[in-house]
Design a binder for this molecule. Structure first.
Ligand SMILES: NC(=O)c1ccc[n+]([C@@H]2O[C@H](COP(=O)([O-])OP(=O)(O)OC[C@H]3O[C@@H](n4cnc5c(N)ncnc54)[C@H](O)[C@@H]3O)[C@@H](O)[C@H]2O)c1
Length: 315
């Protein structure tokens, strides 16, 4: 298939593009290299892709560029581009979240309905659409009540995908990822920060009591869900969780076994952080044949190994 992967220089987008190429598809990647984290890391993410004849890159902003040439001849769009991060989404920076998450998605959908001949548009949604759910595990029909401005923009974009599907028959499918981890994880995310601190012998800063739980999803499982979404007939909204729900305290104990002694420094809970996430993935299992495979210990070990290499350490 001829695929478009937005946010291709990012954590999930780069893994997804590599997998699509491995499977024999052709990928046009789009990224505007936002300065949310270092360009150097994003260039590293693209390292393998740049040598692939089936890969090309357009460095454009989806919220302002002419999207028609990007969609010409494309059969599937994987829309991973976004301004991620819960904590920085308050205050002045909200404008950036609107630009990259809402406006960029609306323009992509509008262009897809006007010029596109898509078999599928897969949107990277988020468990953040649920907010502090009373209903755990979260089911696709659970109430959506985001707890951060970031979550509001991810839900707005997901709703736009649904609107374009219902009004114009655009075949959109939204995958609500639950905390994705693994090599190339964004440097602002908890596991990345924790591993980096442990490897450098620095204290690990935990906000709150550490008893908050997350459903952690290994990146290859999230990528496989995208491939399943491309290949199957399903449209609509699906939870994509990893089936490894642990508290941050338990994750830190595991990290201690894998990476070395963990010194915890406790900080105040952060506005926007939810208490628990856990996905009910029955719908994705039934409609997409989604089945997460990576156990947390193995996935975390792979991320530790990657960060060890990144820091130029040997173990
Ligand atoms: N990582 C997670 O745990 C997680 C969880 C839930 C949802 N998601 C969603 O998955 C997607 C990928 O997340 P990630 O962790 O890989 O983030 P990332 O920041 O590593 O990648 C996103 C990429 O999108 C690019 N981008 C942003 N705005 C753009 C625009 N207007 N035009 C072109 N490119 C633009 C950025 O430069 C960046 O390289 C995002 O949509 C995010 O909201 C991620």
């Amino acid at each position: 298939m001829r695929c478009l992967v937005t946010g291709v220089a990012g954590f999930i987008g780069s893994h997804l593009a590599e997998r699509l190429i491995e499977l024999g598809h052709e990928v046009l990647g789009v990224d505007r290299f936002t300065d949310y984290y270092a360009r150097e890391l994003k260039e590293g993410n693209l390292g393998r892709l740049r040598g692939e004849p089936q890969f090309s890159l357009a460095t454009v902003d989806l919220a302002t560029a002419d999207l028609r040439p990007l969609l010409a001849g494309r059969e599937v769009v994987f829309h991973q581009a976004a301004q991620a991060g819960v904590r920085p989404s308050w205050g002045q920076s909200f404008e950036g979240y609107l630009h990259d998450n809402v406006l960029a998605t609306q323009r992509l959908l509008e262009a897809a309905r006007t010029y596109g001949r898509l078999r599928k548009l897969v949107y990277a949604s988020s468990s953040s659409v649920y907010g502090n759910a009373e209903d755990v595990p979260m089911h696709e029909s659970s109430r959506t009540a985001p707890y951060s401005p970031y979550g509001v923009t991810k839900l707005a974009a997901e709703q736009l995908c649904e609107l374009y599907r219902r009004n114009f028959g655009l075949p959109t499918i939204s995958l609500r990822y639950f905390t994705v981890y693994g090599p190339r994880q964004r440097p602002d995310m908890a596991f990345h920060r924790f591993i980096s601190a442990v490897l450098k012998g620095e204290p690990v800063r935990v906000h709150g009591d550490g008893e908050q739980t997350r459903d952690f999803t290994y990146v290859s499982d999230a990528v496989q869900a995208n491939v399943d979404a491309m290949e199957g007939a399903a449209v609509g909204v699906f939870n994509i969780g990893g089936g490894s729900r642990v508290s941050l305290n338990d994750a830190l104990r595991l990290l201690g076994e894998l990476a070395g002694p963990v010194r915890v420094e406790r900080g105040e809970p952060q506005a926007g952080d939810v208490r628990h996430t856990l996905a009910n993935t029955a719908a994705a299992r039934a409609a997409l044949r989604y089945a997460p495979r990576m156990p947390l210990r193995e996935g975390l070990a792979a991320q530790v190994a990657w960060q060890t290499r990144m820091l130029g350490l040997s173990r």
